[in-house]
Design a protein around this ligand. Structure first.
Ligand SMILES: Cc1ncc(COP(=O)(O)O)c(C=O)c1O
Length: 374
């Protein structure tokens, strides 16, 4: 793993002045990603309407993302945010049978809870974490024959706890429920293979470890499952063909594309496409191994400084996100930012989230400065 971060650091201008450990919130912008955005902008500025070029770029991004998670391009829809994608699924589910219970967890990002609570056509049930984790037995117990869909995060955004998706999928499928995974805290830092993990639906955005900007998210839906959904949040790009311009036509596109609506944020797509290209080049399994090393290092540094760590301590149960309890997390984030150290506060913790371009010395420095505030 000695070759990371290596020469990749020079691709990220912000690293020359900042310690960038806020990847759980926003990844660092790479020069080629910035150039891709500039390309979109320049074409528009200089040659005018660039619709077909932009649509081609969207297809490139779709294919690259599909490859990243072991899916087919037809199983991926391009949407605008994770919230938007979950809402699209929530409003497309059949709601008139006895199987009308939605299970989610208290480790989900709050948007998940907000969206399901707004769907009054469904009952819902929240699985509560214990000591920052959810045991498989809890899924066994709480998912029943009436559970239509089970929604889980791959990684808990608060403490970095990483769930064993394949084991959860086995439980979910035994109860004939569908598994929806929010992978926003794992895509780009962890190997994901939707086929091997037997995930029915996976949603993620691109601005965190996927190194893009806001405005685009991806919705994977398994080929066999997609056709059962009748989106009610729809639009011309979710139709087949989208270019018919027939006011009386209503024919949902096949596969995941039926979840698309209107014109996407092309500039975000240009960024995502180039960012995923970079992730492929570095290799996600390579990134994952390097981050395991950095995580162990961060845990050791924190312990040496007497900081309290949130979530499990075993590397096998977590991602590279390490959360430290501090007296005033928001204030700590602000103080560190003033020293050009970028971290991210949530409730009572400060999250330190490195990526493949992070050096151990940066983690050490950030933790030393954080410990001074306690
Ligand atoms: C795990 C997770 N899910 C969802 C979201 C929200 O995503 P979006 O703003 O794209 O809806 C976040 C944002 O931080 C997140 O960490």
């Amino acid at each position: 793993m000695r070759d990371l971060p290596g020469s990749y650091r020079s691709l990220f201008p912000v690293l020359s002045t900042h310690v960038h450990l806020a990847n759980c919130s926003q990844g660092a912008l790479a020069a080629p990603v910035s150039e891709a955005m500039e390309e979109y902008h320049q074409r528009l500025l200089v040659t005018g309407n660039n619709w077909s070029e932009a649509m081609e770029k969207a297809e490139e991004a779709r294919t690259r993302f599909a490859e990243l998670i072991g899916a087919e391009a037809e199983e991926v829809a391009i949407v605008s945010s994770v919230s938007n994608a979950i809402s699209a699924i929530a409003t497309a589910l059949p709601s008139h049978t006895e199987k009308n219970n939605i299970v989610f967890t208290d480790m989900d990002f709050p948007t998940v809870s907000h969206i399901w609570r707004a769907q009054t056509q469904f009952l819902h049930q929240v699985i509560r974490s214990r000591n920052g984790k959810i045991q498989l037995e809890q899924y066994e117990k709480e998912i029943t024959a009436n559970t239509l869909l089970t929604c889980v995060p791959h990684v808990y955004y608060y403490n970095g706890y990483k769930q064993d998706l394949k084991s959860i999928a086995d439980v979910v499928h035994k109860k004939k429920s569908l598994l929806l995974v929010d992978a926003y805290q794992s895509s780009g830092n962890s190997v994901i293979n939707v086929k091997e993990m037997e995930i029915d639906i996976l949603i993620t955005g691109t601005r965190k470890y996927m190194l893009g900007i806001p405005g685009v998210a991806f919705l994977y839906i398994k080929r066999e499952v997609a056709e059962q959904f009748q989106p009610r949040v729809t639009g011309w790009l979710g139709q087949h063909p989208s270019s018919a311009f027939e006011i009386d036509q209503f024919a949902l596109a096949q596969g995941a594309k039926r979840f698309e609506t209107g014109t996407p944020s092309f500039i975000s797509i240009y960024a995502a496409n180039e960012a995923i290209k970079l992730l492929h080049k570095v290799g996600v399994s390579h990134i994952e191994s390097y981050l395991e090393e950095l995580t162990q290092f961060a845990l050791n540094c924190g312990e040496n400084k007497g900081l309290r760590i949130a979530g499990p301590l075993s590397i096998k149960e977590r991602t590279s996100l390490t959360s430290f309890y501090v007296k005033n997390a928001q204030e700590a984030e602000r103080v560190l930012r003033a020293k050009n150290i970028l971290v991210s506060a949530r409730k009572d913790v400060v999250r330190i989230a490195p990526h493949f371009y992070t050096e151990k010395a940066e983690i050490q420095y950030a933790i030393d400065e954080l410990a001074k505030l306690e």
